[in-house]
Design a protein around this ligand. Sequence first.
Ligand code: PRT
Ligand code: ZN
Length: 299
Amino acid sequence: MSTRDRLRIAIQKSGRLSDPARDLLARAGLSFRESRDRLFCYGESLPIDLLLVRDDDIPGLIADGVCDLGVVGRNVLREQALERTADGKPEAFRELRRLGFGGCRLAIAAPRDAGIDAIADLRGKRIATSYPRLLREWLDAQGIDAGIVVLSGSVEIAPRLGQADAICDLVSSGATLVANQLRELQAVLETQAVLAGPAQAFGDERADLAALLLRRLDGVLSVRNSKLVMLQAPRTALPELLRLLGDADAPTLTSIEGRAADVAVQTVCRGAVTWQRLEDMKKAGARGLLVLPVEQMLA
Ligand code: PRT
Ligand code: ZN
């Protein structure tokens, strides 16, 4: 492995994962000087540079040591990992963090009128997919013998074109399936964007840089959906309010000058603070409810 004192992260140049990936790195305090061709961005705040590429190239760039880390869908990472081990190569990647965006599932779907209603009905059928190894692994685990038709895109129209009986493709809202008269049968893999790295640890300055980045990412990820909730309430309402704040950190209680029966509550809520929840808290006796975004947190 080459010795380097700068860390290089590959992210998608343009696509679903590019904006959230850049946003996440910016929140972790990384800033970059954009180059003219916008393929390489020099890290200004830290010795961490960016390479902007197609998502499919990211695992290979990590395996070849061209990049040290990458932001890529688990679906792409796992498919390419299976491809490499099938070729007799050693495990090349590690999933270092789940990043909480780009969430979807790789799922099997079939035309509504195809008589494929359960996974057992897939026996002897042809399934079109861009993820042949993930699909084969799942079919083998289920003991289902089915044919796989490998397509690089437009998988959802394969049944209509007579290329396949069913498909195995990424689904998020499901609107694409509905628009193509397909019905989802079974999820094969839950996926989201992950920070991927090489299977082997870095043996030079990059190890410290990677550790620093991971610590910062943990700080950003842990507060991503968090809200600081403040309120005042009668002490008698506390049990019910704490139940409604079940996903919150242990609250700080402060007494209120001149109002011995009341208390001020402050806590960080990890889940969504919806209007419904606020209304329930008000009903339980809370007053002066304040919900504030959390910028940063260093545990
Ligand atoms: O050019 P490059 O090769 O870099 O980009 P790409 O076209 O291969 O990738 P891109 O940007 O489409 O997706 C990148 C990653 O985003 C994927 O590998 C997944 O990890 C993740 N992701 C999350 C998705 C979706 N959600 C998604 N909905 N990738 C694709 N889709 C497709 C889906 O298959 C359907 O065709 O989007 C369409 C809409 O989905 P529905 O279910 O909401 O209708
Ligand atoms: Zn791609």
